[in-house]
Design a protein around this ligand. Structure first.
Ligand SMILES: *Cc1c(COP(=O)(O)O)cnc(C)c1O
Length: 470
């Protein structure tokens, strides 16, 4: 250790003396003294490590207290939880997928702070069915005999297979052995549910005869999985629900369909290919369908199962049901979301996802010009408006893009990586994408009321010095 290093180590302030500083006092009042002490201890330890590893950092009382304050405010982001999603990915799984409609958020809030008749039959004055109401809504919307809501779609697939096929074979096309990411893989979920995967066909081509030949006395179901996040292109063939359901009828086997995003509204009006709809799949003869609540439905995280009454009934009484069921806030938000769908035009108007899809390029251009104008005076930045391609994301419409516009930012005094980082770590965080030396901020996924905050975030990100300990 150099003498300079040990001098700097010795010069590090002590927690006690830091606590006497008026700024520490203010922090203790705002949060708690315990949290401030803990934060300062951690910072001092990091400072020690930084100095020991030979980093040339200038650490004094003021920087320590400043960083401590920043970190504490980050810890309590609940007052400002919103991220500005300028990635252009509408259903960004890492950013929480679909933002919900106001009515759904309000319903979740009311459920959160109140007692609710969650499992109470108000008329009979006794215990009721937690899902009766949502099941009614779903059955009507989907034209299904019965329905069931779980914590997410992965849970729905797991329960569906566990209740129907444990100990037996389930036939699936090799082209549909999907991995969704975050460890959801069809073959592994099957194994977990105790059924045996019987793969048929080839990666690019599966025919109805492949399914036929695989069926034997131990077969319990046919499963179709939507290839949500990839596309097999070129020399391809797959068997659609209609044809599979005829085979299911002939053999007396149930046809199960994991639809992934399960759109209830047509997408062609937005220039996208249609995603398989649950209502259509049931009409075409699927016995049970399942899909997510927070993808194209635009609701809370949930998994929705719908279809034949006897099959749904066996899932309802399966022991896993209790472990996979949704909470009162999710149910309230889902019910409120489904209410909107009673009129498709109402859903289109109220759901943020469809508001973003419906934004015209002329409107995006108007917003882009406004932002460019407001950012023009910043000397450290060049701002262009660039064509960009937004995406649905979240395992919907793979490979398809939605025409969009982005601000392309090129900072002069800091690197584009530092700008991107500063924006990510700012309050609110802004998520963009670096492309060819510019930071692209797609405007399709940014709400109009977020634009002033976006301008301020960019101004701050250019000024901001790095956290000396980061
Ligand atoms: C997204 C998806 C899942 C997982 O759904 P979660 O709601 O994220 O659990 C399962 N299967 C398919 C086909 C999907 O697209």
């Amino acid at each position: 250790m150099s003498s300079d290093q040990s001098k700097r180590l010795r010069a590090l302030p002590k927690v006690d003396s830091l606590l006497n500083h008026p700024q520490a006092n203010a922090l203790s009042k705002q949060y708690s003294q315990g949290l401030v002490v803990q934060g300062l201890r951690e910072l001092l330890e990091e400072a020690r490590q930084a100095l020991l590893s030979g980093k040339d950092v200038e650490i004094n009382q003021e920087t320590l207290l400043h960083v401590c304050e920043k970190r504490l405010s980050c810890m309590f982001v609940s007052q400002k939880p919103a991220v500005i999603n300028a990635s252009g990915i509408l259903l960004h799984t890492n950013l929480g997928r679909a933002p919900m409609a106001k009515a759904a958020a309000q319903a979740a809030y009311e459920a959160a702070i109140n007692y609710t008749p969650l499992e109470y039959d108000l008329e009979a004055g006794q215990r009721g069915d937690r899902q009766a109401h949502v099941e009614g809504l779903l059955s009507k919307l989907l034209g299904a005999q019965a329905a069931l809501v779980l914590n997410n779609n992965a849970a729905a697939v797991l329960l569906m297979l566990s209740a129907i096929a444990t100990g037996h074979e389930v036939v699936v096309s090799r082209g549909e052995l999907v991995e969704i990411g975050g460890s959801f893989r069809v073959p592994e979920v099957m194994e977990q549910s105790g059924c045996v995967l019987r793969e048929v066909g080839a990666t690019n081509k599966t025919k109805i005869t492949d399914y036929k030949q695989a069926i034997n006395d131990n077969t319990a179901a046919l499963l179709k999985v939507h290839t949500s996040n990839y596309k097999v292109v070129g020399f391809t063939q797959s068997v659609e629900v209609e044809e599979l359901s005829a085979l299911a009828r002939q053999t007396g086997l149930p046809l199960l369909a994991d639809l992934g995003s399960g759109a209830l509204l047509p997408l062609s009006g937005f220039g996208l290919m249609e995603e398989p709809g649950p209502r259509e799949a049931l009409q075409q003869g699927a016995d049970v369908v399942c899909f997510s609540g927070d993808k194209l439905l635009g609701g809370p995280q949930a998994g929705i199962l719908a279809g034949r009454k006897d099959l749904i009934a066996s899932m309802k009484k399966h022991p896993l049901m209790r472990a996979l069921r949704p909470g009162k806030m999710s149910l309230a938000a889902l019910e409120a979301t489904l209410q909107l769908y009673q009129d498709p035009n109402f859903a289109l108007r109220e759901l943020p996802l469809y508001q973003m899809l419906a934004l015209e390029l002329t409107e995006l251009n108007r917003r882009a010009l406004r932002l460019q104008n407001e950012l023009q005076s910043l000397s450290g930045l060049t701002v262009r408006i660039a064509d960009n391609e937004a995406q649905l994301g979240g395992g919907s419409a793979p490979g398809e893009s939605i025409p969009s516009l982005a601000l392309a930012l090129q900072p002069k005094d800091i690197t584009v990586d530092t700008l991107a980082r500063n924006l990510r770590l700012g309050q609110p965080p802004v998520i963009g994408r670096i492309h060819q030396g510019s930071l692209l901020l797609d405007l399709r996924t940014v709400r109009e009321d977020q634009l002033p905050a976006l301008v301020e975030a960019i101004q701050r990100a250019l000024r901001q010095e790095d956290d000396p300990l980061a």
